[in-house]
Design a protein around this ligand. Structure first.
Ligand code: NAP
Length: 472
């Protein structure tokens, strides 16, 4: 437990920027969760530390080597003050205006909800203590992250403030704690920083909506075509197939469509650039948003492909499969006949499985290379080779795997129950279209033009030419 001292016994030594950083004295207001975690990190980084507290004599255990004192005394002793107190309690700072004049006050606060107050906490603080230089920082890190250090948690500290020197002082401290500093500009950016910890997987919203929508649609589709059709037309109850057979139909379908949706926006962007004859016009917002969530679309697709693999592996141990195999074998023994070996069938099934395994292997490679720890060590060319070239190869192999699954089923009328196409046919529409369009884009005449556009070439606008000639 740290030694608790009275206000008068705290060594009050104003800190200048020329002091040895190892000896620099910092101050934290508030001895709660964040105050303690931050204090611990600051002490480990070699700073001296004093806490400002309402109850300096009974504020509980503090990091070793630190002291607690009154807010007034603590504020006087340091140039940089971390305010680890909730916004609702900021009013006490008004009485400290003289002590805080010229000091850098770091606002680490967050709110429970967006738009809880008309102005950002940091802007409110700056109004309360106009003589101080308020910097918003550290609010995107949790007490846990601070305690465990940047190697185990988010490495970035976002900050904003109106005074450059104040931001520099905070940035230096954050850097010494091992964080990477991202300057977000003036204090008007504080609201954005305060809202960011309240976001719930913003990049995953569109991919999750698509996943849920596609899964629900295809699940309903296969239930109607398989289970309800069998019940209505043949009076057979095969509802037990929902758990494995139908699930294992839906997973690969959703996976393949999601994978092709990763590549479709890139193709659309290329078509737009070709038709506009320039790369300098903005894409529509929906296309921008779609492009930004390609990684998430790919990861969801990989998750569904993994489920397909797991469900396929359990097929031989299913009761239904074992029962059917035994029944077929026994009936063949009874009738004393065997089925002739079908080489075409052997080729078909082997190719089908082989494409599935290859596709999944490549898919895993795409997933692994999207991990930050892996992508960080790849050059841009290596990354784009894996994600683009190998990505299209993966899409091609997985699409081919599905075509092999269908084989000649599309020729059989029985496949079109209630005049509806089998689900695998529906799922081939988007990937086939993506692959076809990609092949068109790879045609030398198209590819050459697209490469020129991407290198900055712009098509002369005929309207501009007409206008110019009219003016001259
Ligand atoms: P906490 O555990 O509740 O601590 C808040 C501290 O504020 C108390 O320990 C108390 O310290 C002081 N305090 C309470 N009432 C006060 C009053 N009326 N007047 C003056 N001081 C008062 O909260 P926390 O989790 O450390 O969070 C502190 C701030 O950091 C909040 O603004 C929060 O949004 C932000 N933050 C927290 C985290 C986190 O992971 N916890 C992460 C990011 C940002 P004394 O008793 O010593 O005065």
């Amino acid at each position: 437990m740290s030694e608790k001292v009275k206000a008068a016994s705290v060594p009050l030594c104003p800190v200048s920027s020329e002091d040895d950083p190892e000896q620099e004295l910092l101050c934290i207001f508030g001895t709660g969760d964040l105050g303690r975690s931050l204090g611990q990190r600051l002490i480990q980084a070699g700073y001296r530390l004093v806490y400002g507290s309402r109850r300096p004599h009974s504020c509980g255990p503090l990091p070793p080597g630190t002291q607690a004192t009154s807010h007034e005394a603590a504020a006087q002793s340091a140039q940089l003050i971390f305010l680890c107190v909730h916004r609702e309690h900021y009013d006490f700072l008004e009485s400290l205006t003289p002590q805080l004049k010229g000091k850098v006050v770091v606002d680490v606060s967050n709110n429970l909800k967006r738009d809880l107050y008309p102005e950002a906490n940091a802007e409110h603080l700056q109004r309360l203590i106009p003589g101080a230089h308020v910097v918003k920082a550290f609010n995107t890190l949790s007490a846990w992250a601070l305690q465990n250090g940047p190697s185990d948690a988010n490495r970035q500290v976002y900050l904003c403030g109106n005074r450059t020197e104040a931001k520099q002082a905070v940035a230096e401290t954050a850097t010494k704690l091992g964080f990477t500093v991202v300057d977000r500009g003036s204090l008007s950016a504080a609201r954005e920083l305060e809202d960011s910890p309240l976001q719930l997987f913003p990049d995953w919203r569109l991919p999750m909506r698509l996943t849920v929508g596609l899964t629900a649609f295809f699940f309903l589709y296969v239930v109607i075509r398989d289970v309800i059709y069998a019940y209505v037309e043949q009076r057979k109850d095969i509802s037990f197939r929902i758990m494995v057979s139908l699930a294992n139909k839906v997973f690969p379908i959703v996976s393949l469509i999601m994978l092709s949706l990763c590549y479709l926006p890139g193709i659309m962007a290329a078509c737009l650039q070709l038709s506009r004859g320039t790369k300098y016009k903005r894409f529509p917002d929906w296309l921008d948003r779609w492009m930004l969530c390609r990684k998430q679309l790919g990861l969801v697709s990989l998750a569904f492909a993994s489920l397909h693999v797991l469900y396929t592996l359990i097929i031989p141990i299913r009761y239904y499969v074992r029962y059917r195999l035994a029944a077929i074998t026994i009936s063949q023994i009874r009738e004393n006949k065997t089925t002739a070996f079908d080489t075409t069938m052997a080729w078909r099934t082997d190719s089908y499985y082989s494409m599935g395994v290859l596709g999944f292997g490549l898919f895993l490679l795409l997933g692994i290379s999207s991990l930050p720890s892996v992508s960080n060590i790849l050059s841009w060319r290596e990354f784009s080779f894996i994600q683009s070239k190998l990505g299209y190869l993966t899409l091609f192999i997985c699409t081919f795997h599905t075509y092999l699954y269908g084989w000649d089923k599309f020729l059989h009328l029985a496949s079109y129950k209630w005049f509806t196409p089998p689900s695998y046919m529906l799922c081939l529409i988007v990937p086939s279209a993506v692959l076809l369009l990609k092949m068109l884009l790879l045609l030398p005449c198209v590819d050459k033009r697209l490469t020129r556009i991407r290198q900055g070439w712009e098509r002369a606008d005929p309207e501009d030419g007409t206008r110019k000639s009219l003016l001259t």
